[in-house]
Every structure is written in structure tokens, then in C-alpha cells.
Design a protein around this ligand. Structure first.
Ligand code: ASP
Length: 307
């Protein structure tokens, strides 16, 4: 016990510039990010597990309609919301995930439950059914509605293409958290509504273990945000861990290579948050901005939006 603990979070990456952000909106974003950090920090400070901390931090972000996860998730091509989430434990390498869920209020909490079951990944009706059977809060699909996402969907309609979240100015609003606790155990969690106007049951990287999330006590914990198809193909979260494990790179070196070299070559846009077993935090992105924050042992929270 009593190792250096740390927590980092993100609320999505993309073309986030000062020019297209009102002061009021920025204050609102910062307030939710800070709350998420503080709640996660409280758990770690009291000796709680990194899994508890990342779950709590993500629930705060899922419950805010500012982010594309839980409440405030984007619309798919049918005008509905399909949610994805994933969580991984660095100590045991256990993982849990849901995809295409329609009635789970907090997909990250259900992912955690699945992690401790015989399954890893449940999708669609089955995921909703599992959540209901295990007593998780169910909500009508309209619970996820927000005016902003509705307008965004309207603008995307008619085009055959699925669009990136906040497609007008290209932002990804997925949320995530990574932490190392006092026992030195790592955990990572990611939650999203996916891409605007998605169809055919499209799933991105966010709920795929190794792509949008990964945790391993011997290397790092990673949560991603970005254009899912590219992050899937790059197996981004696991690739960062592999560079640390097989090449002996630091977290920052590995993340820089994967995001600023390999993803760029592939055409992928987005970023990651990561933490290693020593409490080093990396917040790396190749887009113009990323809603992000970290908090250290002393409780000093740092929140940033632009590059
Ligand atoms: N990675 C997510 C997806 O492609 C989008 C995001 O990060 O906001 O579904």
C-alpha cells in the first residue's frame, strides 16, 4: 500500500478551439471534468481501488449531457441512441464491455458487472437484458436525448455517411478514465454513444478491449477517444502497452509513437489518456483539442481543453 496514486480523465478529442467555444460553455465543461476528478480522487485517497475510481469518474461524465456518453449520447441513423462502454482491471486482466445498449442508464457500471461474470462483451438486447436482470437502472431511450445532439443529427441526416460527434466542428465526445491506486493496481474505463448517424449496429473502438481501453499492471492503463475505425485497426490501447512491455519504452514515448506517428499515418484522429504504475500520466492527442484532466495524490486537479 501507499504507492503514488493518480487519476486522469477525458471527455473526447477533436476540433475544439477557443474560437468556437463560449465562455459559459467552457465553464460548464470544466466544472463537470473537475467534479469527475475530485470524486475519483476521493476514492483513491481513502485507499479505494482504481476500478472504483475510474467507474465513479466515468459515471459523473455519463450523467452529464455535455458529453457523448450516457445522457447526451449522439443519435444513430434511426434517431435512437446505442451506447457502448468498457472497463479493464490491470491486476487480473479481467475486462467487461457492452455494445449497442439502448436502455442502460450507466453502461460503465454494467460493464464492471460483466467483468466479474463469465462473460467479457455483451451487445444489443442481450446487454440490456443482462443489466435489467442484475438490477441496474433502466431508462427509456429518450432519457439520452439532448437538444444539441438532436440538432447535430438533423444536420447529418440525408447524408449517407455516419458523422463524427459534433461533426460540424469535428469533436469526439467519448469519455474515459484511467487510474493507479495506492496498491499500485491500474484500471481503465471508456464510455460512448459512438458516431452520429451510425447504422448497421456499428461499433467503434470504445467498447473493444485492446482498442479503446486496456489496463495491465506491468505496463499502463489507457482510454481512447477518436475516429473509432482507425483506433480499432491500430489496436491503439494495447499497442501502447506492447511498446512498453516489449520495447521498454516509457508511457509517454509509447503514446507519442502510437498517436502522433502510427495513427497519423493511418489517417486516424484523436487521443489517449494513460497512467503507469508509478503514477506518471500521459495525455496525448493529434487533434486540435481534447477535454482532459488529471489529479495527483495531493488533490491538485488540472483541467485543459485546447492543445
Ligand atoms: N471512438 C468513438 C467511436 O468511434 C468516438 C469518440 O471517441 O468520441 O465510436
Amino acid at each position: 500500500m501507499n504507492k503514488k496514486f493518480a487519476l486522469a480523465i477525458h471527455g473526447g478529442a477533436g476540433t475544439i478551439t477557443r474560437a468556437n467555444m463560449s465562455e459559459e460553455k467552457e465553464i460548464a465543461y470544466r466544472a463537470v471534468l473537475e467534479l469527475s476528478l475530485k470524486e475519483g480522487h476521493k476514492i483513491l485517497n481513502e485507499g479505494g481501488s482504481s476500478l472504483d475510481a475510474v467507474e465513479r469518474a466515468v459515471i459523473i461524465l455519463e450523467d452529464s449531457d455535455l458529453f457523448n456518453a450516457g445522457k447526451g449520447s449522439v443519435f444513430n441513423s434511426d434517431g435512437n441512441h446505442e451506447l457502448e462502454a468498457s472497463i479493464m482491471c490491470g491486476e487480473t486482466l479481467k475486462a467487461g464491455a457492452v455494445g449497442g445498449a439502448a436502455s442502460i442508464k450507466n453502461p460503465i457500471a454494467v460493464s464492471r458487472k460483466i467483468m466479474n461474470s463469465e462473460y467479457v462483451y455483451l451487445t444489443g438486447k442481450g446487454a440490456d437484458e443482462y443489466a435489467e436482470e442484475h438490477g441496474f437502472e433502466q431508462v427509456p431511450n429518450s432519457y439520452f436525448y439532448s437538444d444539441f445532439r438532436f440538432e447535430q443529427w438533423k444536420a447529418a441526416q440525408g447524408s449517407e455517411k455516419m458523422k463524427l460527434d459534433h461533426s460540424v466542428d469535428k469533436k469526439f465526445g467519448t469519455v474515459g478514465a484511467v487510474a493507479v491506486d495506492q496498491a499500485g493496481h491500474l484500471a481503465a474505463a471508456t464510455s460512448t454513444g459512438g458516431l452520429v448517424n451510425k447504422k448497421y449496429g456499428r461499433l467503434g473502438d470504445s467498447s473493444v478491449i485492446g482498442a479503446g481501453v486496456y489496463a495491465n499492471d506491468t505496463t499502463c492503463a489507457i482510454s481512447c477517444t477518436g475516429y473509432g475505425e482507425f483506433f480499432l485497426r491500430g489496436v491503439v490501447a494495447h499497442d501502447i502497452s506492447c511498446l512498453m512491455e516489449y520495447k521498454g519504452l516509457s508511457l509517454e514515448e509509447a503514446a507519442q509513437i502510437v498517436i502522433n506517428e502510427k495513427q497519423i499515418k493511418l489517417g486516424g484522429e484523436g487521443g489517449i489518456i494513460g497512467v503507469d504504475g508509478l503514477g506518471n500520466v500521459s495525455l496525448v492527442f493529434n487533434s486540435e483539442g481534447m477535454y482532459r484532466g488529471s489529479i495527483n495524490q495531493e488533490g491538485n486537479a488540472e483541467v485543459a481543453i485546447y492543445s
